[in-house]
Design a protein around this ligand. Structure first.
Ligand code: SAM
Length: 174
């Protein structure tokens, strides 16, 4: 079973809470196992954990992570480090190679990323080679990594579930 975690760096609690929460929610909904946050922000972790408690699964959200140590330990355990940046190699050129890896750590930044990250990553990956956002690049990367299988995932321990409908809203609660 492949394990995929996201490492969110550059988070500024005073302005990035919403985006970082959405990085975590996108990671969870699109099949990642957890998000490490390289900042002190219990609020973001709490919001993601609230969603997991209601909507199911075992998504791990952890703050106060040292990005340098996280990357070092990941590589020590034989994991692969992928840094999403508009300056990287085209995703379409490397995604098949990355899909063959057992453990993948996906780094996304906020504003300027420390220069060392480019050298520490096994892959610097660009999703389109145009500037956009950490949420859109992560979503597309995970979808290509899992080849769409994540879209059909079920959460058997969920307290609430949506019954998809053409119109209106229908949920079931346990
Ligand atoms: N100058 C930054 C860069 O190196 O990509 C752009 C900052 S952007 C507001 C925040 C984050 O979004 C980046 O750190 C990167 O993880 C992600 N990102 C933005 N555009 C991307 C792209 N085309 N491909 C991959 N990641 C991208």
């Amino acid at each position: 079973m492949r394990s995929v975690y996201v490492l969110r760096i550059g988070h500024r609690p005073e302005r990035d809470q919403r985006v970082t929460t959405h990085v975590g929610l996108a990671a969870r909904a699109l099949g990642a196992d957890g998000m490490f946050l390289a900042a002190d922000d219990a609020g973001v972790v709490g919001s993601i954990n609230d969603v997991t408690a209601r909507w199911g699964g075992n998504f791990l959200a952890r703050d106060n992570v040292s990005w340098r140590r996280c990357i070092g330990e990941w590589k020590q355990k034989g994991g692969t480090v992928v840094h999403l940046t508009m300056y990287g190699q085209r995703m379409t050129d490397v995604i098949d190679e990355i899909r063959a890896k057992e453990k993948v750590l996906v780094i996304v930044g906020a504003e300027k990323v420390p220069g060392d990250i480019y050298g520490m990553a096994d892959y610097n990956v660009s999703v389109t080679t145009q500037p956009h956002s950490e949420i859109s690049s992560l979503a597309l990367f995970l979808d290509r990594l899992f080849m769409g299988a994540e879209l059909m995932r079920e959460y058997p321990d969920a307290k609430i579930r949506i019954l998809p409908r053409k119109a209106g809203k229908k949920t079931v609660e346990k």
